[in-house]
Write a protein that binds this ligand. Structure first.
Ligand code: AMP
Length: 373
């Protein structure tokens, strides 16, 4: 692997990376940063936790700071030069954090308009001069409609979790963002999975053919991730879960179910068993969701019960284990869930409680692990 210091990144970025102890780029970073620094549009697909955020954050900061030092600073309020679109607020906040961790020495301004925050806060955020905007689609559209944000000075557009942003629900916003940005703007898309069914919308967004990168990990899974399939016999799912938790309940564990009802039953059961836990579901008040996430992140509780909403975007170091109490129906959701653990080279365990109904999914997984999928 090369080292970051071999890249033509600004010295201030290289020194911040060094201060943060980041020396070697990950595979997705090594394959997408150099082409992006040369102005190339990219589509990067790699497993969750593989460092995709930094893979676009570094080129964005390098490009924008270079413009400024060459005598072309931003000159009007509400006109970002880089826009990062994320499907949800939590991911948006994480992305802002990664940017801000790198802008202390390389002084650039990062602002956000994210769903779930008040409009007033969002308005304050984008009132002045700034270079980078992190946005969720719904909130962004409101600000584009009102004219408080304009995209005519955008140099780089990033779609994070691009598979979701190309879904029919979000696609019109992604198309609008591309349309309202200058035609020469560079486009970068990153995702953990990018099904072939999205090739159509994807192709339409690029003016020129992007460099497509798919890392080895995205095909073969993460080597530090272990899987433990446990068979549920006679419908005794919770009895099996009791055994699994008795073996170890001291590690950060994400417990997944498919529906809100299943999560509620699971939470109730955990309560009866005397386990401190919290829940993380789409249907919750976002304030409660955030408080629950904070309790899990800080270690106040070790168990977090989640629907697939929790399977996307969460970057929490202390998730050592994922338990699929109810397995998802499709492989994409499975990958997103298991990608919450074994991040950035750490080890992780996925425990699957398997019923007869789940056998096709398990067979599919095995096939892929063997490299035949
Ligand atoms: P991401 O896939 O962007 O969510 O990143 C996953 C985790 O990997 C984050 O906690 C990052 O801080 C960490 N990370 C990103 N790039 C590197 C790197 N080159 N070396 C070590 N850790 C990294």
């Amino acid at each position: 692997m090369p080292s970051f210091s071999e890249y033509t990144l600004l010295p201030s970025l290289l020194s911040t990376l060094a201060k943060q102890g980041l020396k070697e780029p990950t595979e997705i970073q090594a394959s997408t940063i150099p082409p992006q620094l040369k102005g190339r549009s990219v589509v990067g697909v790699s497993e969750t936790g593989s460092g995709k955020t930094l893979a676009y954050v570094l080129p964005v900061l390098h490009e924008l700071k270079t413009l400024e030092t060459e005598g072309d600073p931003v000159s009007a309020a509400g006109r970002p030069r880089a826009l990062v679109l994320t499907p949800g607020r939590e991911l948006g906040e994480q992305v802002c954090k990664v940017f801000k961790g790198l802008t202390h020495d390389t002084r650039l301004r990062v602002r956000s308009v994210l769903g779930g925050t008040t409009k007033q806060i969002a308005r304050q955020n984008v009132g002045g001069l700034f270079e980078v905007l992190v946005a969720t689609p719904g909130r962004l559209v409101q600000f584009l409609d009102s004219g408080q944000l304009r995209l005519d000075d955008v140099r780089v557009l990033v779609l994070d979790e691009a598979d979701q942003l190309l879904d029919p629900g979000f696609l019109p916003t992604a198309q609008r963002v591309v349309r309202e940005s200058p035609p020469q703007a560079r486009l970068a898309m990153f995702a953990a999975t990018l099904p072939e069914s999205l090739d159509g919308p994807l192709g339409e967004l690029f003016a020129t053919e992007p460099l497509r990168v798919r890392t080895r990990g995205s095909r073969h899974g993460v080597s530090t991730l272990r899987t433990d399939n446990q068979t549920v016999s006679n419908g005794k799912r919770f009895e099996l879960l009791r055994e699994v938790l008795l073996k170890d309940s001291s590690t950060g564990t994400l417990l997944f179910a498919n529906t809100r009802g299943q999560c509620e039953r699971l939470a109730e059961w955990l309560k009866d068993e005397g386990y401190a836990h919290a829940s993380y579901m789409g249907q919750m008040e976002s304030k409660e969701r955030r408080a629950n996430l904070a309790a899990f992140r800080s270690g106040e509780v070790n168990l977090l019960v989640a629907t697939d909403l929790g399977g996307r975007g969460l970057d929490i170091d202390r998730i050592d284990r994922v338990i699929n109490v109810h397995l998802p129906k499709d492989l994409d959701n499975y990958r997103h869930r298991s990608g919450r653990t074994a991040r950035a080279g750490r080890s992780g365990l996925v425990v699957n409680l398997v019923t007869e109904r789940d056998l096709p999914l398990i067979a599919n997984l095995k096939k892929r692990e063997d490299g035949r999928g």
